[in-house]
Design a protein around this ligand. Structure first.
Ligand code: ATP
Ligand code: MG
Length: 401
């Protein structure tokens, strides 16, 4: 027995006791069969959304029009979706309508890959109409039904196929991959937000190196916003990265203007992350690799980001053309520097604008910010102790006011 399924079992029981069918389905069943960690379970049922709402005390109608009701348990929440068949696909995007059905087969038949189309009942019996278990055993990603039709219906499945390859290391079934190649141009029709969701999962996939040749073969990036403006036959796909670091490295390698990031329709927070990774890569390319410089970088960017970038440079040294200096570009050193930092933020300084103005009897102005910046640098480089008296003394001796 698996804890996540045991925790959700009561939902299946309530549904069944009221005359409905109910199963676990999708990613959780797949990951269970692959012995992977399962985060959340999805439940599929013959009960209509209204019936689900009526049977459980606390529910949320998230995605009710597509049949999904969230059932709230004591600590967890569960997605319960009515068996459905997708309506017509218009323009290769997700269907405009859904039709609720009473047959489990129809519900799994609309799913993308056979490994994602396995249903499992509360006693762990599989209902595996498309032989998803063999696909998992043989490590193959196969479309449910006729591959070309399924990719034409919803071109996002091309992205999903590639990201599942990066996450599992499985091979794409020949016909499935060929269908993906033939329909890759339809990615132009897919909202970039949905593509980005898949790219984030892809780039952190453990087997991303296996995916590179698939991506080149499919010629996908030509058909995606942002990426299509990078005029390069093979777009750099790194090891050991995350989405923001990857995009930052593309800006660095291909000299892209940050204004292009708008095409990705990501948040400002994500843009800032990308730009700070870009700045760090440039710093390691151009600035001196001295300990002093390292202290400034660790202070400004934080230990985690610096370590991520160091590992990234080490893994992708040749392609980035940044020389890796193991003695100074070293995670242990970063930890040590970080632990010894006398302050972690400007607000930790034991001096501020008010103190400066009264001590030097001078009105506010740009000199305050300039002075505090100098004090900050001196403190992190241990040139002065972070007490008010020491700092004032240091300013008198070192800053012209
Ligand atoms: P993850 O572990 O990353 O969540 P997942 O397989 O659970 O992977 P979800 O996006 O959570 O992916 O979707 C849940 C299930 O819904 C899938 O397993 C699949 O059966 C079905 N599904 C999702 N997206 C599509 C799609 N574009 N076309 C067909 N079926 C899909
Ligand atoms: Mg999921």
């Amino acid at each position: 027995p698996y804890q996540v399924f045991e925790d959700a079992r009561w939902i299946l029981e309530v549904l069944e006791n009221n005359g409905h069918q109910a199963y676990f389905v999708g990613g959780s069943v797949r990951d269970y069969l692959m012995d992977k960690h399962i985060s959340d379970v999805d439940i599929t049922t013959s009960a209509l959304p209204e019936e689900v709402e009526a049977l459980f005390e606390k529910t949320l109608p998230i995605g009710k029009e597509h049949g999904t009701i969230i059932v709230l348990g004591q600590e967890q929440q569960f997605e319960v979706t009515t068996f459905r068949k997708d309506g017509d696909y218009v323009d290769h995007r997700r269907p405009t309508s859904v039709q609720f059905v009473t047959d489990l087969y129809e519900d799994v038949a609309r799913r993308d890959f056979t490994m994602n189309a396995i249903a499992m009942d509360k006693s762990y019996q599989l209902h595996d109409y498309f032989d998803g278990l063999s696909a998992i055993k043989n490590k193959i990603i196969t479309a449910v039904g006729t591959p070309i039709d399924r990719m034409e219906e919803d071109a996002l499945r091309i992205m999903r196929g590639v990201r599942f390859q990066a996450q599992t290391g499985f091979n794409l079934d020949r016909e499935t991959e060929e269908a993906m190649r033939q329909t890759a141009h339809l990615l132009d029709k897919i909202a970039i937000e949905r593509i980005v969701v898949e790219l984030k999962k892809m780039i952190t996939g453990q087997f991303i190196n296996r995916t590179i040749s698939t991506i080149n073969h499919l010629d996908m990036f030509k058909h995606m916003p942002f990426f299509k403006h990078i005029h390069h036959d093979t777009i750099f796909i790194p090891q050991q990265s995350n989405f923001e670091l990857w995009i930052g490295s593309l800006c660095y390698l291909y000299d892209l203007e940050f204004s292009r990031l708008t095409h990705l329709k990501i948040s400002n927070q994500e843009k800032r992350e990308i730009i700070s990774y870009y700045n760090l890569l440039n710093a390691f390319k151009h600035e001196d690799k001295s300990r002093v410089n390292m202290i400034s970088l660790v202070y400004s960017y934080g230990d985690k980001k610096v370590k991520d970038v160091l590992q990234f440079i080490q893994e992708n040294e040749a392609r980035l053309n940044i020389q890796f200096h193991p003695t100074i570009m070293n995670a242990i050193l970063v930890d040590e520097i970080y632990d010894k930092l006398p302050i972690y933020d400007k607000v930790d300084l034991n001096i501020n604008g008010q103190v400066l103005m009264s001590t030097f009897n001078k009105k506010g102005g740009p000199w305050i910010k300039d002075t505090l910046n100098k004090v900050e640098q001196a403190v992190i480089l241990n040139k002065v102790k972070n007490t008010q008296n020491d700092l004032i003394e240091w300013v008198r001796e070192n800053v012209e006011i």
